[in-house]
Design a protein. Structure first.
Length: 371
């Protein structure tokens, strides 16, 4: 999945990816027949094993990840890549604020496989809605934005939103970022950039709870409740199945076990990387995948363990920002349901009539007052 970086509090990295000059994989051939299309591996094995493709089934839902978007945008600093998720209705894409707060041109693509897209749309600068509480600081819970497409997408199911706090739940993640095997001590890269990728993980704890607990045990940590007031950020670690790489579990032990973090989901587990910013985390409600989190940042486990408990061996690959022991954060959708609805809601015809009638009455009242 993908990684380049802006620094944030505690030396974490935003997962947007600078792609100027980056080579895309050149193999555009697609197999005529796809594998059984049920997920069996994450980025613990060769990256080609965890591609998602058009129509692919997850939990029996065909095309479950067809609504995941590949974002390409430009600004004065260069050309960038992020990810996003199509919302129900097909007109809007949910992404990270740091992917939408500075661009001059934005292209949104769906069904990117083999180096080409099934559907392409554009977004004008005036149709990017960045959360009003976004300050440029990651981890506040406000790293979220909405993009209005120039033309609504049809034929692809957009996602409904989770309206609950999903800490403790397993989730399916997806994005169009860089890739790397979990144990490889080398940076993530575009070697399989002709495809999007998926994996699974667990929301272990929310960032406010994490930082408050750590602040109670680590001198000069600088916890400030107001910093986390804008919303909730879910935190996950990349477990290998071994206790050493259960970074959030080890930190929980050190700080009094105020949250639970197991040793992982085995070969299904993965983590976001550069370019996966804005991509979706999806929880299963028994019948469909709900969009629960928006990818925001990553943080190397080596740094986290060293800062918090003076621990070592959390991170197996220091040069790989998406390896066993590393951490990621995603902005929770339930924190922003009201704001999302205020941007995306389309009034029914009768509502428009009432609005117009109301405006007419206001106009009459004003004329009378002026008279």
């Amino acid at each position: 999945m993908i990684f380049q970086s802006k620094q944030f509090k505690l030396a974490a990295l935003a997962a947007a990816m600078l792609v100027a000059g980056a080579a895309q994989a050149s193999n555009s051939a697609l197999s005529a027949t796809l594998a059984p299309l049920e997920p069996t591996t994450g980025n613990t094995s060769a990256v080609s094993n965890w591609r998602f493709t058009i129509g692919q089934s997850f939990n029996g839902v065909a095309g479950a990840l067809d609504g995941v978007a590949r974002l390409s945008f430009s600004n004065s600093e260069g050309n960038w890549a992020c990810s996003g998720s199509l919302l129900a209705g097909g007109q809007y894409v949910l992404t990270a604020a740091h992917c939408a707060d500075d661009f001059s041109k934005m292209t949104v693509q769906f069904g990117w496989q083999g180096g080409s897209a099934a559907v392409t749309r554009n977004v004008s600068v005036g149709n990017a809605y960045v959360n009003k509480k976004w300050t440029g600081d990651l981890d506040t819970g406000a790293d979220i934005a909405i993009l209005k497409l120039d033309t609504a997408v049809t034929g692809i199911n957009g996602y409904k939103l989770s309206t609950t706090n999903d800490v403790g739940k397993d989730y399916l993640m997806a994005g169009y970022g860089t890739t790397q095997k979990a144990t490889t001590n080398a940076a993530t890269n575009w070697g399989d950039g002709n495809y999007g990728h998926y994996a699974f993980n667990t929301f272990d704890v929310d960032s406010k709870s994490f930082n408050k607990t750590v602040g109670d045990h680590v001198e000069d940590w600088g916890y400030d409740a107001a910093f986390y007031a804008p919303g909730t950020t879910y935190m996950s670690d990349f477990d290998s199945g071994q206790a050493d790489n259960n970074t959030l579990g080890r930190i929980a032990d050190f700080t009094g076990n105020q949250w639970s973090s197991g040793t992982g989901l085995g070969a299904n587990e993965g983590l976001i990387a550069g370019g996966d910013s804005g991509g979706g985390d999806f929880v299963w409600n028994g019948t469909e995948w709900l969009l629960s989190g928006v990818h925001s940042w990553g943080w190397q486990g080596k740094s986290a363990c060293s800062l918090i408990g003076g621990m070592s061996d959390c991170d197996v690959a220091g040069l790989n920002g998406s390896s066993y022991g590393d951490l990621s954060g995603s902005t929770a959708t339930y924190s922003h349901i009201g704001w999302i609805n205020s941007v995306t809601a389309v009034p029914e015809p009768e509502t428009y009539a009432m609005m117009l009638a109301g405006l007419a009455l206001v106009g009459v009242a004003r004329r009378r007052k002026q008279a």
